[in-house]
Write a protein that binds this ligand. Structure first.
Ligand code: SF4
Length: 273
Protein backbone atom coordinates (compact mmCIF):
# COMPACT_ATOMS: atom_id res chain seq x y z
CA UNK A 1 0.00 0.00 0.00
CA UNK A 2 0.98 3.60 -0.50
CA UNK A 3 2.07 6.17 2.05
CA UNK A 4 -0.54 8.32 3.78
CA UNK A 5 -0.73 11.03 1.10
CA UNK A 6 -0.02 9.28 -2.18
CA UNK A 7 -1.79 10.84 -5.21
CA UNK A 8 -3.16 7.48 -6.35
CA UNK A 9 -3.18 3.78 -5.60
CA UNK A 10 -0.56 2.04 -7.73
CA UNK A 11 -2.22 -0.66 -9.86
CA UNK A 12 -2.09 -4.20 -8.57
CA UNK A 13 -1.25 -3.34 -4.96
CA UNK A 14 -4.23 -4.92 -3.27
CA UNK A 15 -7.05 -2.40 -3.53
CA UNK A 16 -10.32 -4.39 -3.58
CA UNK A 17 -11.49 -5.05 -7.14
CA UNK A 18 -8.55 -3.17 -8.68
CA UNK A 19 -8.79 -4.45 -12.26
CA UNK A 20 -5.26 -3.39 -13.24
CA UNK A 21 -1.77 -4.81 -12.78
CA UNK A 22 1.57 -2.98 -12.69
CA UNK A 23 2.08 -3.74 -16.40
CA UNK A 24 -1.39 -2.63 -17.59
CA UNK A 25 -0.82 -0.29 -20.55
CA UNK A 26 -1.42 3.39 -19.81
CA UNK A 27 -2.97 5.87 -22.27
CA UNK A 28 -1.20 9.24 -22.23
CA UNK A 29 -3.29 11.00 -24.85
CA UNK A 30 -6.44 10.82 -26.94
CA UNK A 31 -4.81 8.68 -29.63
CA UNK A 32 -3.70 6.10 -27.11
CA UNK A 33 -7.20 5.95 -25.57
CA UNK A 34 -8.56 5.06 -29.01
CA UNK A 35 -5.82 2.51 -29.56
CA UNK A 36 -5.96 0.85 -26.14
CA UNK A 37 -9.77 0.76 -26.02
CA UNK A 38 -9.98 -0.81 -29.47
CA UNK A 39 -7.18 -3.27 -28.75
CA UNK A 40 -8.37 -4.54 -25.36
CA UNK A 41 -8.84 -8.31 -25.72
CA UNK A 42 -11.85 -8.44 -23.39
CA UNK A 43 -14.00 -6.45 -20.98
CA UNK A 44 -11.78 -7.16 -17.98
CA UNK A 45 -8.68 -5.80 -19.72
CA UNK A 46 -10.69 -2.85 -21.02
CA UNK A 47 -11.60 -1.93 -17.44
CA UNK A 48 -8.01 -2.40 -16.32
CA UNK A 49 -6.87 0.03 -19.01
CA UNK A 50 -9.61 2.51 -18.13
CA UNK A 51 -8.46 2.49 -14.53
CA UNK A 52 -4.89 3.63 -15.26
CA UNK A 53 -5.58 6.18 -18.01
CA UNK A 54 -3.69 9.49 -17.89
CA UNK A 55 -4.90 11.06 -21.12
CA UNK A 56 -6.42 14.30 -19.79
CA UNK A 57 -3.82 16.50 -18.10
CA UNK A 58 -6.33 18.68 -16.26
CA UNK A 59 -8.30 15.76 -14.85
CA UNK A 60 -5.24 13.76 -13.83
CA UNK A 61 -3.91 16.79 -11.97
CA UNK A 62 -7.27 17.39 -10.27
CA UNK A 63 -8.04 13.82 -9.24
CA UNK A 64 -4.54 13.43 -7.73
CA UNK A 65 -4.64 16.81 -6.00
CA UNK A 66 -7.94 15.84 -4.38
CA UNK A 67 -6.44 12.49 -3.37
CA UNK A 68 -3.56 14.22 -1.61
CA UNK A 69 -5.46 17.12 -0.02
CA UNK A 70 -8.59 15.10 0.93
CA UNK A 71 -11.77 16.21 2.61
CA UNK A 72 -11.41 16.53 6.37
CA UNK A 73 -13.96 13.76 7.03
CA UNK A 74 -11.81 11.36 5.03
CA UNK A 75 -8.39 12.68 6.04
CA UNK A 76 -7.27 9.29 7.29
CA UNK A 77 -8.50 7.38 4.26
CA UNK A 78 -6.36 6.48 1.31
CA UNK A 79 -7.86 7.83 -1.91
CA UNK A 80 -8.06 5.81 -5.11
CA UNK A 81 -7.07 8.83 -7.24
CA UNK A 82 -7.46 6.98 -10.55
CA UNK A 83 -10.15 6.75 -13.25
CA UNK A 84 -13.24 4.77 -12.28
CA UNK A 85 -13.68 1.71 -14.48
CA UNK A 86 -16.98 0.12 -15.46
CA UNK A 87 -18.31 -2.06 -12.67
CA UNK A 88 -20.95 -4.75 -12.21
CA UNK A 89 -22.23 -7.73 -14.14
CA UNK A 90 -19.98 -8.49 -17.16
CA UNK A 91 -23.09 -9.65 -19.06
CA UNK A 92 -25.66 -7.14 -17.81
CA UNK A 93 -29.23 -6.76 -18.96
CA UNK A 94 -29.25 -3.18 -17.67
CA UNK A 95 -26.48 -0.64 -18.20
CA UNK A 96 -26.59 2.47 -15.99
CA UNK A 97 -24.63 5.44 -17.30
CA UNK A 98 -23.59 8.45 -15.21
CA UNK A 99 -21.60 11.56 -16.08
CA UNK A 100 -18.40 11.36 -14.03
CA UNK A 101 -17.25 10.24 -10.59
CA UNK A 102 -17.36 12.51 -7.56
CA UNK A 103 -14.10 13.90 -6.18
CA UNK A 104 -14.66 12.45 -2.69
CA UNK A 105 -16.93 9.58 -3.82
CA UNK A 106 -15.65 7.37 -6.60
CA UNK A 107 -12.31 9.15 -6.69
CA UNK A 108 -11.87 8.13 -3.05
CA UNK A 109 -13.36 4.64 -3.04
CA UNK A 110 -12.41 3.47 -6.53
CA UNK A 111 -15.96 2.38 -7.34
CA UNK A 112 -18.57 4.26 -9.26
CA UNK A 113 -21.30 5.99 -7.19
CA UNK A 114 -19.71 4.63 -4.02
CA UNK A 115 -19.18 6.76 -0.95
CA UNK A 116 -21.25 9.81 -1.86
CA UNK A 117 -24.79 11.09 -1.39
CA UNK A 118 -25.89 10.45 -4.96
CA UNK A 119 -24.78 6.86 -4.60
CA UNK A 120 -26.74 6.54 -1.34
CA UNK A 121 -29.93 7.40 -3.19
CA UNK A 122 -29.07 5.35 -6.23
CA UNK A 123 -28.13 2.13 -4.47
CA UNK A 124 -31.06 2.35 -2.07
CA UNK A 125 -33.36 2.47 -5.09
CA UNK A 126 -31.53 -0.30 -6.94
CA UNK A 127 -31.80 -2.46 -3.84
CA UNK A 128 -35.53 -1.78 -3.48
CA UNK A 129 -36.18 -2.96 -7.04
CA UNK A 130 -33.87 -5.96 -6.79
CA UNK A 131 -30.91 -4.74 -8.87
CA UNK A 132 -28.38 -4.39 -6.03
CA UNK A 133 -27.60 -6.83 -3.24
CA UNK A 134 -27.34 -4.15 -0.53
CA UNK A 135 -29.02 -0.81 0.14
CA UNK A 136 -25.73 1.05 0.62
CA UNK A 137 -22.47 1.31 -1.29
CA UNK A 138 -19.78 2.61 0.98
CA UNK A 139 -16.39 1.26 -0.06
CA UNK A 140 -14.93 -1.19 -2.55
CA UNK A 141 -14.78 -4.08 -0.08
CA UNK A 142 -18.32 -3.72 1.31
CA UNK A 143 -19.68 -6.76 -0.54
CA UNK A 144 -22.09 -4.73 -2.66
CA UNK A 145 -23.05 -6.42 -5.91
CA UNK A 146 -25.20 -5.38 -8.85
CA UNK A 147 -27.70 -7.99 -9.99
CA UNK A 148 -27.95 -8.17 -13.77
CA UNK A 149 -26.76 -4.59 -14.02
CA UNK A 150 -23.60 -2.66 -14.74
CA UNK A 151 -22.52 0.96 -14.23
CA UNK A 152 -20.25 3.14 -16.31
CA UNK A 153 -19.50 6.85 -16.66
CA UNK A 154 -19.18 8.97 -19.78
CA UNK A 155 -16.07 10.57 -18.23
CA UNK A 156 -14.04 8.33 -15.93
CA UNK A 157 -12.20 10.90 -13.84
CA UNK A 158 -13.60 13.31 -11.28
CA UNK A 159 -13.69 16.78 -12.88
CA UNK A 160 -13.44 20.13 -11.08
CA UNK A 161 -16.96 21.42 -10.29
CA UNK A 162 -18.33 18.18 -11.78
CA UNK A 163 -17.87 19.74 -15.21
CA UNK A 164 -15.72 17.95 -17.75
CA UNK A 165 -14.81 19.99 -20.84
CA UNK A 166 -16.08 18.98 -24.28
CA UNK A 167 -12.55 17.86 -25.16
CA UNK A 168 -12.35 15.67 -22.06
CA UNK A 169 -15.67 14.07 -22.95
CA UNK A 170 -14.46 13.36 -26.44
CA UNK A 171 -11.14 12.00 -25.22
CA UNK A 172 -12.86 9.61 -22.80
CA UNK A 173 -15.54 8.47 -25.25
CA UNK A 174 -13.68 5.43 -26.67
CA UNK A 175 -13.64 3.80 -23.22
CA UNK A 176 -17.44 3.99 -22.98
CA UNK A 177 -18.04 3.13 -26.64
CA UNK A 178 -15.99 -0.04 -26.34
CA UNK A 179 -17.68 -0.98 -23.07
CA UNK A 180 -21.13 -0.44 -24.62
CA UNK A 181 -20.06 -2.59 -27.55
CA UNK A 182 -18.74 -5.35 -25.30
CA UNK A 183 -21.98 -5.68 -23.35
CA UNK A 184 -24.33 -5.18 -26.33
CA UNK A 185 -24.93 -8.92 -26.55
CA UNK A 186 -26.79 -8.98 -23.25
CA UNK A 187 -28.01 -5.42 -22.65
CA UNK A 188 -31.75 -4.81 -22.98
CA UNK A 189 -32.03 -1.43 -21.28
CA UNK A 190 -29.70 1.55 -20.80
CA UNK A 191 -30.53 4.07 -18.06
CA UNK A 192 -28.95 7.53 -18.32
CA UNK A 193 -28.62 9.42 -15.05
CA UNK A 194 -29.01 13.09 -15.93
CA UNK A 195 -29.00 15.12 -19.11
CA UNK A 196 -25.21 15.10 -19.48
CA UNK A 197 -25.09 11.31 -19.42
CA UNK A 198 -27.98 11.27 -21.91
CA UNK A 199 -26.02 13.54 -24.25
CA UNK A 200 -22.79 11.64 -23.68
CA UNK A 201 -24.16 8.21 -24.40
CA UNK A 202 -25.36 8.91 -27.97
CA UNK A 203 -21.91 9.05 -29.58
CA UNK A 204 -20.92 5.93 -27.65
CA UNK A 205 -24.03 4.12 -28.88
CA UNK A 206 -23.28 5.20 -32.42
CA UNK A 207 -19.67 4.04 -32.21
CA UNK A 208 -20.85 0.76 -30.75
CA UNK A 209 -23.06 0.20 -33.81
CA UNK A 210 -26.52 1.13 -32.53
CA UNK A 211 -28.87 2.88 -34.94
CA UNK A 212 -29.13 6.35 -33.46
CA UNK A 213 -32.20 8.49 -34.31
CA UNK A 214 -31.86 11.97 -35.78
CA UNK A 215 -32.64 14.41 -34.32
CA UNK A 216 -31.67 12.95 -30.99
CA UNK A 217 -34.62 12.58 -28.62
CA UNK A 218 -34.80 15.01 -25.71
CA UNK A 219 -33.83 14.04 -22.21
CA UNK A 220 -36.45 13.90 -19.50
CA UNK A 221 -37.24 11.86 -16.43
CA UNK A 222 -38.67 8.52 -17.62
CA UNK A 223 -38.07 9.53 -21.28
CA UNK A 224 -37.94 6.39 -23.41
CA UNK A 225 -36.39 5.58 -26.79
CA UNK A 226 -36.24 2.15 -28.39
CA UNK A 227 -33.04 1.51 -30.34
CA UNK A 228 -32.20 -1.11 -32.92
CA UNK A 229 -29.24 -3.13 -31.63
CA UNK A 230 -25.85 -3.21 -33.39
CA UNK A 231 -25.69 -5.64 -36.33
CA UNK A 232 -23.08 -7.62 -34.39
CA UNK A 233 -25.43 -8.30 -31.45
CA UNK A 234 -26.85 -11.81 -31.40
CA UNK A 235 -30.29 -10.57 -30.27
CA UNK A 236 -32.36 -8.51 -32.69
CA UNK A 237 -35.00 -7.19 -30.30
CA UNK A 238 -34.83 -3.47 -29.46
CA UNK A 239 -32.95 -1.93 -26.58
CA UNK A 240 -34.68 0.63 -24.38
CA UNK A 241 -32.89 3.88 -23.55
CA UNK A 242 -34.37 5.41 -20.39
CA UNK A 243 -33.80 8.88 -18.96
CA UNK A 244 -33.64 9.43 -15.22
CA UNK A 245 -33.01 12.64 -13.29
CA UNK A 246 -29.67 12.49 -11.54
CA UNK A 247 -29.97 11.80 -7.81
CA UNK A 248 -27.65 14.73 -7.06
CA UNK A 249 -27.95 16.47 -3.71
CA UNK A 250 -29.47 19.47 -5.45
CA UNK A 251 -32.16 17.33 -7.06
CA UNK A 252 -32.93 15.27 -3.97
CA UNK A 253 -32.96 18.24 -1.57
CA UNK A 254 -35.35 20.19 -3.76
CA UNK A 255 -37.64 17.24 -4.37
CA UNK A 256 -37.00 17.28 -8.11
CA UNK A 257 -36.12 13.62 -7.63
CA UNK A 258 -37.89 11.47 -5.09
CA UNK A 259 -37.41 7.85 -4.05
CA UNK A 260 -40.61 6.93 -5.87
CA UNK A 261 -39.38 8.57 -9.08
CA UNK A 262 -36.11 6.64 -9.01
CA UNK A 263 -37.85 3.39 -8.14
CA UNK A 264 -40.29 3.85 -11.02
CA UNK A 265 -37.48 4.21 -13.56
CA UNK A 266 -35.47 1.27 -12.27
CA UNK A 267 -38.55 -0.93 -11.95
CA UNK A 268 -39.37 -0.07 -15.58
CA UNK A 269 -35.79 -0.98 -16.58
CA UNK A 270 -35.98 -4.23 -14.64
CA UNK A 271 -39.33 -5.22 -16.12
CA UNK A 272 -38.29 -4.33 -19.68
CA UNK A 273 -34.98 -6.14 -19.38
S1 SF4 B 1 -11.31 11.32 -18.26
FE1 SF4 B 1 -11.16 9.42 -19.41
S2 SF4 B 1 -9.70 9.84 -21.05
FE2 SF4 B 1 -9.46 11.47 -19.51
S3 SF4 B 1 -7.81 10.75 -18.14
FE3 SF4 B 1 -9.76 10.10 -17.25
S4 SF4 B 1 -10.08 8.02 -18.05
FE4 SF4 B 1 -8.56 8.99 -19.34
Amino acid sequence: MTDARAPYVPPGTGWPDDPAAPDTPVAHGAGEVIELAAGAPDLAELCARQSVCRACDRLVEWREKVAVERRRAFANEEYWGRPIPGWGDPEPRILIVGLAPAAHGGNRTGRIFTGDRSGDWLFASLHRVGLASQATSVHAADGQRLIGARMAATVRCAPPDNKPTPLERTTCLPWLAREVEDVAGSVRCIVCLGGFAWQGVWPALKQAGYEVPRPRPKFGHAAEVELAPPPSAARRDPVLLLGCYHPSQQNTFTGRVTEDMLDAVFARARDYA
